[in-house]
Structures are given as C-alpha cells and as structure tokens.
Design a protein around this ligand. Structure first.
Ligand SMILES: Nc1nc2c(c(=O)[nH]1)N[C@H]1C(S)=C(S)[C@@H](COP(=O)(O)OP(=O)(O)OC[C@H]3O[C@@H](n4cnc5c(=O)[nH]c(N)nc54)[C@H](O)[C@@H]3O)O[C@H]1N2
Ligand SMILES: Nc1nc2c(c(=O)[nH]1)N[C@H]1C(S)=C(S)[C@@H](COP(=O)(O)OP(=O)(O)OC[C@H]3O[C@@H](n4cnc5c(=O)[nH]c(N)nc54)[C@H](O)[C@@H]3O)O[C@H]1N2
Ligand code: SF4
Ligand SMILES: [Mo]
Length: 694
C-alpha cells in the first residue's frame, strides 16, 4: 500500500553553502516536494528556485550509480562497473604505491566549495595519510577575507544580518542570487524592509543595485582604491569613531598619512565612480550606526585580494562596526568539537612548513594549497614530486583558473580518483569514479567550519540508490585501507556524533533541535582587547615584516595592464540557477538558464554588430570561448560579464563533455599570482568580444 505524504524538516545543502530551513514532502522513499520552512532560522520560509527543485538532483537517469573503472585511455569516456571492494582496494593500492615511492605529500587531496561535513573528513584523511596537501579553492574563496580579518582584528568579521542594522554596504556581493555562507537573501531583504539603507558597490546593475539608495558602479578590480577613498573622506572629515580609534586601533596615524594620496578625485579616476558619490557613500556609511559591510567573493578574484580585504576591514574598524550588533561580528561557535581536533591536525605538526604553498611563501595561516601551486608541483616536481590525486565535491577542470593546464595535470598524474554524483569533465579524467549519496540521502551537518557560529541539521530523508555511498563512508573505508584503521570509525556516522559530543547532544537530539548556534557576544574587546599581537585592530600590521606582508593596504595598480587589443574588462557573477559548475543536468534548472550568457552593453554590442541572442566569441590573451550575448544596460559599456562553470552534460563523453567550449576558465591563467593566497586573476581581465559567424 502506498504511503501518505509526510513532511520532514531539514536544511538545504550543496546548491550554495546551504542554510534555508526546508520542509521536504516524502512518500514511498521518494521526495515529491520541497518548500521553505516558516520556522527556518535563517530563512523564515524563504527559498530560492534551486532549493525548490533540489530533489531533482537525486532522480536523473544518468546519475552515477556504480563505482567505475577506466577502460580505454584516460578521458576517453570508456568505463566498466566494478565493486566497492575493488574500487576502494585499487585506490588504496595506488595511493600507497605513490606514498612508498615519493612520500605521502605526493598525494593531493582535493575539495571544492565546502558542501558538508565530508569536507573536514577529507582533510582528516589527508592528515592521517600524512600529506600536508589539501587542494582547495580558498585562494579565490573566503580565505582572503578570513585570514586578512584574523591578521587585522583577530577574527573573520561577518556582516550581522540577524540584528537590526541602519545600513548595509553590499560590496562585491550579490546575496539575492548567492545567499552565500548562509547569508540568506531574505535576511538582507528583511533588513531593507525594516528601514536599513543600502549602498551597493558592483560593476553590474543587479536587482540589489536597483533597490539601493546609492549604487557605485566601480571599475572592476579597483575595490581597494575605492575603500581607501572612503577612508580618506572619513578621516579627512573626522567622521570616524574617535573613542574606538583611540583605544582600540594600532597604526592610525600611519593610516592617516597613507590615505592622503587617495582623495575622492584621485580615486574617482581609478574607479570610474564620481568623487561626489564616493564622498556621499563614505559619509552615509560612517554616519549610520551600526552599519554592516556585506563583502563578497569578487574582491578575492585577482592577485590584489589581500589589499582589498584589508582595506575593507580597516573601514569596518574606523567606523566602530567591529563586534557591534548589526555591524561586523565575530561569530562564536556553539559547544562543538573544534576543527583542529576533528581533522587530527596534531598528526601533521609540520604541515605549515611541508605543504606545497609554504615553498612559495603563501601566508602561513592558509592551510590549503592553492590550485595554481599544486599544478606547478605536478608538472614541474617543485618543491617535490606529486603523483596522486583524490578529489570529491569538486570539478577542477572547470573550476580552477586555466583549464588547459588542469587538463595537462590530470593527464600527467599517476592516479586520479574522483567522487561525484554525476559524470563531470573532471570525473571523466579519473581512473576510478565513486558514486555518492547526496543531500536528503544521508545524515550530515551543515555550516561546520564556515565561521558563522552555527551548525545546521541535515538528516537523511530517503535511501540512496543501493550502490551510492556518502563521501564520509567512502573516506572512512578508504582511510582504513591506507592508514591505521584505529583512526577510523566502525560506522562513519560516528563522525557526526564526534562533532556534537561537547554539546552533550546525540545526532538525533540535534536533528530534533534543528540547529545549534553560539552565543551572541558583542564588544568583547572592551574587556579583552583584540586577538592580535598588539591587542588592537591593526590598521597597520605590527607583524608585517615577520610575515613579509604589506603593513598598509594599497592600490598597486590594475591586476592586468590595459591592452588595446583587448579593450573591454571581463568579469563574472555567480548564476542564480546553478552552483558554479554543478547541476547543468538538472532539467528544471537548465530550462531557466539553457545556455551560457555574456552580458554586453548595447553600445558595445552595437559597435560590434552584435544583437541579443547572438553567439559571440569571448577572448582574452589566454584563450577563447563562445557564449550567447545578452545585450543589457545593466553593465558598463567598458565591461562584460560572462557566465561561469559551463560544460555540457549532453556533450561528447570522449571530449569530457565539451569543457573547452564555453568555460570561463579557458580565459584565465595562473601567470600572475597574489603572493599571500596564490590567487590568480580569475576576473578583471582585458578581453574582446566578437560576433561568431558561420
Ligand atoms: N573564473 C572563476 N573561477 C571560479 C570562481 C569564479 O568566480 N570565477 N569561483 C570559485 C569559487 S568561489 C569556488 S568555491 C570554486 C568552486 O569549485 P568547485 O567546488 O570545484 O565546483 P562546484 O561546481 O561547486 O562543485 C563541484 C562538484 O561537486 C559535486 N557535488 C555536489 N554534491 C556532492 C556530494 O555530496 N559529493 C560529491 N562527491 N560531489 C558532490 C557536483 O556534482 C560538482 O560536480 O570555483 C572557483 N572558480
Ligand atoms: N546561486 C549560486 N549561489 C552561490 C554560488 C553559485 O555558484 N550560485 N556559489 C557559492 C560560492 S562558492 C560563493 S564563494 C558565493 C559567492 O557569492 P558572492 O559573494 O555574492 O559572489 P559573486 O556572485 O561571485 O559576485 C558578487 C557580485 O560581485 C560583482 N563583481 C564582479 N566584479 C567585481 C568587482 O571587481 N568589484 C566589485 N565591487 N564587484 C564585482 C558581481 O557583479 C556580482 O554581482 O556564492 C555561493 N552561492
Ligand atoms: S538560497 Fe541557498 S540554501 Fe536557500 S533554498 Fe536557495 S540554494 Fe538552498
Ligand atoms: Mo566559493
């Protein structure tokens, strides 16, 4: 007899960093409907379209359902099904062979955007295996903000959208599309409805920009100049928080002298934002108490990420918004297991010195290896040979700058193992492919390690296909085969219990509660100071020499010089309908955005004979792709914005699903890297557009 539909509570996941409370309608082990949970802590009933169709991911006929072993040459698209026993056994054998011949660091463990608890199990696997090399996207995603924050004020300052604020300064962030790190769009729109002012800094006229009191359409890649211009105005007009600056900052006089050069007029020339608008925006930000600076990913997309992030933390500090309710806060964790303990950092005490990044002098707090430096190691054996790769929750062939280089790396490695739920361009280059269980099919914990002071329950609702395993289980079993089994659990779900142990809750208790949140603590510095070497917010870094860092943030020029052959500037923004390279195969998402679009201003298009809907070449010095023109005045005539993450699941398996055709990272390179985080210029590149003929 057929079951009646039941509603089960969980939290959305793996379509961005996750977070919305959901009600999932389930019947006969099938999910039939997903809607927002009115009681959801972060969303109060809101969901985006992705969330509503999120269960479609489970039911695609071509979903991976069995472990696969490469049949023909690597990348040829020929496979045979193998058992789990063989998949794990062969992977273990290969990884151990590499370890024996070259040492444990010769295996890189790859992750992408943190999607769930398996992210940290992978780091644990690397640590136990003995490899310091976890390859992640932190070079272009959050590490610049987190680590610059820690250096400057001792924590990662997160916009507090949970308490009333007077003004939101949305800087290179597009929450209405991205809801990034659980900063769910509805948290922001609620603030606006409650009367908060909005200033948007974005080269594109986003929906958010349309709602803004002020919109600063800056030239891409000049965020730090603009922020220093704000500081110039705020200091020059004495608008800063004097008591805070006097008692709790270090290097104010040096900063004052330093920002003299950044007058609104000078900054206007660099950023294309008028001097009057810079003054007005700076005055409003300084005048609103509290004000939350919601900074986004786009400031981390070129080699100057450290300057950009540093200049923005200085701005938060000067206006007294750090650790202020409704400002930028230090989100305190609930009582759960600390990351270091969970990942067994103790087993690899020399990680900071031994990882590939250390050899290149990346900032010591960066605990993952920038993909650019990993690939150099594979291709050049510097600082040592790297021959093996196990990756999950990531699609490097599309996600990393310079896809051609990634292709060479995937060809050169002795062994490549990939876990995914669909055959992607990267999985297509693997020797062994592991089919995973996904959201709704496994017990999981969301938001762990993200720095927002909470964890969210994501309980299992339906069974996965018989041969699909959660990543945590795969690594738990692989771990037993490549290292001392005592480090691993009998049942992988004990990882969930480990995280929760200090709270006194079992996983099932936690599910009943839904989420755990740390205490709100504001202005702790009044008693304890800041956790920096000077105990103050370091506008000027006291340890700059020791870490070979710039003491003060500066605008050191555009990431790439202007180029008459490539007169436009190329940027990107994350699509509302996809997570970077994921889910092009989900029909209801694909219907919303069937082809990759590049936004071009009508003047720019007109001058090139391009009409809306035309196929166009997008070219940089590094490569060319085609996308479809969207002619729109939402973008500056001097800038174009192309879609990210494209490959074609319907494409040729033997050509790894056409990752060359429209993929943004065919246009990027790792020629120039920021020293601190190994960040390549993945945006703000000189480019040219041409109508495709024939
Ligand atoms: N040019 C350019 N490049 C960029 C960016 C940019 O803005 N511009 N953005 C960068 C940023 S911020 C990030 S975070 C990275 C993201 O890079 P990635 O994390 O590598 O890319 P995603 O598309 O998020 O996810 C990759 C894969 O995870 C799989 N996946 C989903 N759920 C699961 C699961 O439960 N288990 C397993 N094993 N796999 C799963 C998906 O099917 C998908 O194939 O890309 C970076 N690359
Ligand atoms: N729907 C969806 N949601 C996602 C993701 C996704 O792929 N799709 N990815 C997730 C991930 S991994 C991350 S890291 C976050 C990222 O989320 P966000 O931080 O919101 O980042 P982006 O969408 O990359 O860029 C935000 C805005 O920056 C603008 N921008 C581009 N260049 C510049 C510039 O030079 N200066 C300034 N000031 N602005 C610029 C873009 O026009 C865009 O509107 O989102 C997460 N959420
Ligand atoms: S905003 Fe993010 S967490 Fe919320 S429903 Fe959409 S994808 Fe899920
Ligand atoms: Mo990201």
């Amino acid at each position: 007899m057929s079951e009646k539909m039941r509603w089960v509570k969980t939290h959305c996941a793996r379509m961005d960093h996750g977070g919305c409370g959901l009600l999932v309608g389930v019947k006969d082990n099938q999910i039939v409907q997903v809607k927002g949970d009115p009681e959801g802590f972060l969303n109060r009933g809101y969901t985006c379209f992705k969330g509503k169709v999120s269960h479609d991911r489970l039911y695609h006929p071509d979903r991976l359902r069995h472990p696969l072993k490469r049949a023909g040459a690597r990348g040829e698209g020929k496979w045979h099904e193998i058992s789990w026993e063989d998949a794990l056994g062969e992977t273990a054998e290969n990884l151990l062979k590499i370890k024996k011949k070259y040492g444990a660091p010769a295996v890189g463990f790859g992750v992408g955007m943190p999607k769930g608890l398996e992210h940290f199990v992978l780091i644990r696997l690397a640590n136990i295996f003995g490899s310091p090399n976890v390859i992640a996207s932190q070079d272009v995603c959050h590490a610049p903000r987190e680590i610059s924050g820690v250096h400057t004020c001792g924590f990662y300052p997160v916009a507090d959208l949970h308490h009333p604020t007077r003004l939101v300064l949305s800087w290179a962030s597009n929450l209405l599309s991205t809801s990034e790190e659980g900063q769910i769009a509805s948290l922001l729109t609620d603030q606006l409805q409650n009367g908060a002012q909005l200033i948007v800094v974005d080269p594109r006229k986003t929906e958010l920009a349309e709602r803004a009191d002020l919109w600063l359409q800056l030239r891409p890649g000049t965020a730090q100049a603009l922020a220093l211009g704000f500081l110039h105005v705020i200091i020059g007009e004495s608008l800063y928080d004097k008591a805070f600056v006097e008692n709790f900052t270090y290097g104010f006089n040096e900063l004052c002298a330093h920002v003299k050069a950044y007058s609104p007029e000078a900054v206007g020339e660099i950023t294309w934002v008028s001097a009057d608008l810079i003054r007005e925006a700076a005055r409003r930000y300084a005048g609103a108490k509290p004000a939350a600076l919601q900074w986004g990913n786009a400031i981390e997309h070129d080699m100057h990420a450290f300057d950009a992030a540093r200049s923005l933390v200085c701005l938060m500090a000067l206006c007294g918004n750090l650790e202020a309710s409704g400002g930028n806060v230090h989100a305190h964790e609930p009582e759960i297991m600390g990351l270091g303990e969970f990942v067994r950092a103790d087993l690899i005490p020399n990680k900071r010195k031994e990882m590939i990044g250390a050899y290149h002098g990346t900032i010591p707090r960066l605990m993952t290896v920038p993909p650019a430096l990993f690939r150099k190691a594979v291709l050049e054996d510097e600082p040592y040979p790297v021959r093996g790769y196990y990756g999950m929750c990531t699609n490097p062939l599309v996600a990393w700058a310079d896809s051609r280089l990634t292709f060479e790396v995937l060809k050169r490695l002795d062994f490549v193992g990939v876990a995914d739920l669909f055959m992607t361009p990267t999985a297509a280059m693997a020797d062994i492919v592991f089919p995973v269980a996904h959201q709704y099919e496994m017990n999981d914990i969301g938001h762990y390690g993200i720095g927002h002071g909470m964890i969210l329950a994501r309980p299992k609702i339906v069974d996965p296909p018989a041969d699909c395993w959660p990543d945590m289980k795969i690594m738990n079993e692989l771990g037993k085969r490549v290292s001392d089994p005592r480090y691993w659990h009998d049942d992988f779900e004990d990882f969930l219990e480990d995280v929760l142990k200090p709270s006194g809750l079992s996983y099932q208790d936690f599910v009943a509660k839904g989420y755990l949140k740390g205490p709100d603590r504001f202005r702790l510095y009044e008693k304890k100071g800041f956790r920096t070497p000077t105990g103050k917010v370091e506008l000027q870094l006291s340890t700059a020499d020791k870490f070979n860092l710039k003491a003060l943030p500066e605008f050191a020029g555009l990431p790439e010089p202007e180029d008459p052959d490539y007169p436009l500037i190329l940027i990107s923004a994350k699509s509302r309908y996809y997570l970077l390279s994921s889910y092009r195969w989900v029909k209801r998402l694909r219907e919303k955005r069937p082809v990759p679009l590049v936004e071009i201003h009508p003047e720019t298009a007109g001058a090139r004979g391009i009409a809306d809907g035309d196929e166009v070449w997008v070219r940089t010095r590094h490569g060319e792709i085609t996308q479809t023109a969207r002619v729109t005045d939402r973008i500056d005539p001097r800038v174009v914005s192309a879609d990210l993450g494209w490959w074609f699941p319907e494409g040729d398996p033997a050509a790894q699903f056409d990752w060359r055709r429209s993929n943004f990272n065919m246009l990027t390179s790792i020629e120039k890297l920021g020293k601190e985080f190994g960040t390549p210029n993945i945006a703000n590149l000189p480019c040219q557009i041409q109508k495709k003929t024939g």
